[in-house]
Design a protein around this ligand. Structure first.
Ligand code: 8YV
Length: 340
């Protein structure tokens, strides 16, 4: 008897090479990127595709899913999956996975780096030295972390890892989110403006998507005030970038450190023009170590699914019961019958 053909997977954009390596020969991988005619390739393979491997910036909506009638699983490279319509996937019985935990410490480390770089003006000091200005005068004194209260918007896994690191810096910590969390010692603020008014630094680490779009608006920035600092390592969509650029330019807030932007990789010119902003090209998880771990988790989710063991890290909206035995869980054959 001949072996069944390996399930066919589609990769829409280039991903860390570990994904393809880890899938090996057990799954057949088609790559749209680099194809001479991507649309023709998509048309040819679409009827057979059972899995998608996608990066955080690749939109996957109901329209694309409808072109893939055998689709069972979308494996997203990234903990944030705002570019994948997880509800549309659930309605079609399609499982969505992301890459939590493996990047938590890396993103938290970067956040602390960005916070210190923004307050102590580390990139500006580096530019000052390279421009040969030190012999003329010492670099001007900077703001400080000392004595500041830090607010965190979104006390999830990464938010908590940031808070744990901040405890070591001897600063007060407060947070806002959908609800108070009983197991943390930090002050809860039921409104975002209330949190902004109570702290000197606001760190944004909440999920992106329509539910949080534009949350950081002119009123929140006014609440932060002239000694206020905004740090965003979540998604650019959470911030009204025009209001932020105006607030940085007119002194409504003191400084900002941004790793994410609404229309990446394009950054508004009026943010680039602000000397009191430290701007990074979305590098929160971008180390060799962590990106490889994320790539392995993408591959492991696909392999686990197609070997009938269920998804390893399904997202909240996905039609999957945590802890379900493979026998009661939707497997490759039954997945399209799963209740949304
Ligand atoms: C992405 C991220 O992995 O995990 C996330 O949500 O934003 C990053 O770590 C990055 O955008 C790679 O595509």
């Amino acid at each position: 008897m001949s072996e069944p053909a390996p399930p066919e997977i589609l990769m829409l954009r280039p991903m860390h090479p570990v994904v393809a390596e880890a899938l090996g020969a057990r799954l057949t991988l088609h790559r749209v990127d680099g194809a001479a005619d991507p649309e023709a390739l998509l048309r040819e393979v679409a009827p057979r595709i059972r899995g998608l491997a996608v990066g955080a910036q690749t939109p996957v909506d109901g329209g694309l899913m409808d072109r893939l009638p055998k689709l069972e699983i979308v494996a997203n490279f990234g903990v944030g999956y705002d570019t994948v319509d997880a509800r549309a996937a659930a309605a079609r019985g399609v499982v969505v996975t992301n890459t939590p935990d493996v990047l938590t410490d890396e993103v938290a480390d970067l956040t602390l780096g960005l916070l210190l770089a923004t307050l102590r003006r580390i990139p500006q000091a580096d530019r000052y030295l390279r421009a040969g200005r030190w012999p003329q005068a010492p670099f001007p004194l900077s703001p400080s972390l000392r004595g500041r209260r830090i607010g965190i918007l979104g006390l999830g896994r990464i938010g908590r890892a940031i808070a744990r690191r901040l405890e070591g810096f001897g600063v007060e910590i407060a947070y806002h989110g959908r609800s108070r969390q009983a197991d943390v010692p930090y002050a809860y603020h039921p409104t975002l403006v209330g949190l902004a008014e109570a702290v000197h630094v606001l760190i944004v680490v909440a999920p992106g998507g329509p539910g949080t779009a534009g949350l950081i608006d002119a009123a929140v920035l006014r609440g932060l005030g002239p000694e206020g600092v905004l740090i965003n390592v979540a998604r650019g969509s959470l911030v009204d970038e025009a209001a932020l650029a105006a607030a940085l330019a007119d002194g409504t807030i003191q400084a900002a450190g941004l790793d994410v932007f609404a229309d990446e990789p394009h950054v508004p010119a009026d943010l680039v023009a602000c000397d009191n902003a430290v701007l990074l090209p979305h590098v929160g998880s971008a180390s060799h170590h962590t990106r490889a771990a994320m790539g392995r988790l993408v591959a492991d989710n696909l392999l686990s699914w197609f070997e009938g063991r269920g998804p390893l890290t399904p997202v909240a909206e996905t039609p999957w019961k945590a802890g379900a035995e493979p026998s009661e869980a939707p497997g490759p054959e039954t997945s399209r019958k799963v209740e949304a």
